[in-house]
Ligand binder design. Structure first.
Ligand SMILES: [Zn+2]
Length: 219
């Protein structure tokens, strides 16, 4: 997948810088420098993003956050699927549009296990969302956004990016999901199902014709 390649590349190139950003954003400078002055620690293999951030401040700093959203923060998504089987990798670019409008570009992906609606067997489904949202203080302010810009209503300083990413992934989750026909046990077993169904009484058009014919010959 091209998108995943780009994400992977972004993740690799940004990983180092963005850890620095995080330290800068979430720890005061003295602690940061103290930490930085210590011998370099092995960087964490997996970078879990914080749940809440200050979106407007990150816009002003032009910050890009790349990392994983902890799946336990995504209860609605967890409850909507059998399993979240791959890490939820998110790339959030905090930026200013023309006219100074604060926006966040959300690109996130994961893989989920869902039940096929035809055969009920689990199936793997990659999910990817890619949206630009205008950061607004209220629903009222959201109405002033151009139509192509979804609102992200953040009523306080802090905004919940786990909830934001979860919401965007829920929006791309298909309502009804099937295996491709050649991989679905119910689809290939279609004629067998018909045979089983034949056991249940069903009005046969030929038998109706037969009855009509018989009733006609009686007269
Ligand atoms: Zn199926």
């Amino acid at each position: 997948m091209l998108l995943n390649d780009v994400l992977g590349l972004l993740k690799r190139t940004l990983n180092c810088h963005e850890s620095l950003y995080l330290w800068e954003v979430f720890f005061d400078r003295s602690k940061w420098y103290h930490y930085h002055g210590a011998p370099m620690l092995t960087p964490p293999q997996r970078n879990i993003l914080p749940q809440v951030i200050e979106p407007r401040r990150l816009v002003n700093q032009g910050v890009v956050l790349t990392g994983e959203i902890a799946p336990e923060l995504c209860k609605r998504l967890t409850e909507s699927v059998l399993e979240i089987s791959e890490p939820i990798v998110a790339n959030l670019i905090f930026d200013k549009e023309e006219r100074g409008r604060k926006v966040v570009h959300v690109n996130a992906s994961t893989t989920i296990q869902v039940a096929c609606h035809r055969c009920l067997e689990p199936m793997s489904l990659p999910l990817t969302c890619d949206t630009v949202l205008g950061i607004v203080w209220s629903e009222d302010q959201a109405k002033s956004l151009p139509r192509d810009l979804e609102p992200w209503v953040v009523e306080e300083e802090m905004g919940d990016i786990a909830a934001l990413v979860e919401e965007e992934l829920l929006l791309v989750l298909p309502f009804v999901i099937y295996h491709p026909e050649d991989q679905c046990s119910a689809a290939t077993g279609y004629s067998t199902n018909e045979d089983i169904d034949a056991g249940t009484p069903r009005e046969n058009p030929f038998s109706i014709l037969e009855q009509l014919k018989n009733s006609g010959s009686d007269n």
